[in-house]
Design a protein around this ligand. Structure first.
Ligand SMILES: Cc1cc2nc3c(=O)[nH]c(=O)nc-3n(C[C@H](O)[C@H](O)[C@H](O)COP(=O)(O)OP(=O)(O)OC[C@H]3O[C@@H](n4cnc5c(N)ncnc54)[C@H](O)[C@@H]3O)c2cc1C
Length: 299
């Protein structure tokens, strides 16, 4: 199979890129192995005209609309490796097939590494989240927890107007010197979290070994981001200090005809990806427009 543009990723970035290429009648194949960053989320927020829409409904709708465009194909497959031979990108697909492409749009997203507290994984995307813009409003007027001393000043400032009370769970770490916390601060080690009474019950262990509990409506953490897919490595793409691929204003990576979109990439001027559904879709459109320009310049 040969295509003009291979898009790897079927989240908002890849889906928008496919739509944009379909609209301009360019051949594109989108690969999607079904591992979305917001897979555990029941409703997404801060998405204009889709505030509160379940993510799978959003993706399903986008996929259905793509069927109107004959030049776009969607394959529910994992791509394992990509290499460039004589200027052409060769993709090895998990089902054993191969595909070639003139240009690539990588939209493979990132994975979240959570602090190693038992119980966090089970509540992730539901009662435990990282983004006050996405999850804050639903906790309006309630007691909200923040896990981690280093992130406490920033998250407290954002959540202050939303929550009735903030509880910082410092987990044995020192709070930043210059910060004078307004919220309640618990210095004990965090032992575990669990769903309780519609919220989160946090078990803490003091220096004397005694356990105490804090009950909060929801808990915010700062995950460590890592690439979902190995392609930045395989293609030797330049990275930002965040670990995300460095792109320019036209979604171009450091390798010609490799464009990147969504959470996996950002401009050098940003400290991290501006990770949201709208931003991912916008960068997918930009990447597809830039890929189209590369096709026009093809000898
Ligand atoms: C808990 C949580 C809640 C969130 N809530 C919100 C919210 O309410 N509102 C909001 O705007 N944003 C929210 N976000 C952020 C939002 O989910 C992301 O910014 C957005 O999904 C990024 O889109 P993307 O297309 O870059 O990546 P993703 O949506 O993660 O999609 C990545 C795609 O790449 C595919 N893929 C990866 N590797 C391969 C491979 N080797 N082969 C084939 N396919 C591959 C995956 O299958 C998937 O299709 C939330 C994030 C988290 C973690």
């Amino acid at each position: 199979m040969h295509t003009d543009v291979a898009i790897i990723g079927g989240g908002p970035a890849g889906l928008q890129a496919a739509l944009t290429l379909g609209r301009i009648h360019r051949d594109a194949v989108l690969f999607d192995d079904g591992t979305y960053r917001n897979a555990t989320v029941s409703h997404m927020h801060n998405v204009v005209a889709h505030d509160g829409t379940p993510p799978e409904e959003f993706r399903g709708h986008a996929r259905k609309q793509l069927t109107a465009y004959d030049t776009v194909t969607v394959r529910e497959e994992r791509v394992d490796t990509i290499e460039q031979v004589d200027g052409v990108f060769h993709l090895r697909v998990a089902d054993g097939s191969t595909a070639t492409a003139y240009a690539l749009i990588l939209a493979t997203g990132v994975r979240d590494g959570l602090p190693p507290v038992p119980g966090l994984d089970e509540l992730w995307g539901d009662l435990v989240a990282h983004c006050p813009f996405c999850h804050g409003h639903e906790l309006s007027g309630q007691r909200v927890g923040i896990l981690g001393a280093a992130v406490a000043p920033h998250l407290s400032a954002l959540l202050g107007p939303v929550a009735s009370e903030l509880v910082v769970l410092a987990d044995g770490e020192d709070l930043p010197d210059e910060w004078h916390p307004g919220p309640v601060v618990r210095t004990e080690r965090v032992v575990s979290v669990e769903r309780h009474d519609g919220g989160v019950r946090v078990a803490l262990e003091g220096a004397d070994g005694d356990q105490v509990h804090e009950q909060v409506a929801g808990l915010f953490v700062k995950p460590a981001l890592r690439q979902s897919a190995p392609f930045a490595d395989q293609l030797g793409l330049e990275l930002n200090p965040s670990g995300c691929v460095r792109v320019d204003e036209f979604a171009r990576s450091s390798r010609e005809r490799v464009f990147c979109a969504g959470d996996m990439a950002h401009l050098a001027a940003y400290p991290m990806p501006m990770a949201s559904v709208v931003m991912a879709a916008a960068s997918g459109q930009l990447a597809a427009s830039a890929a189209t320009m590369a096709l026009l310049a093809r000898p």
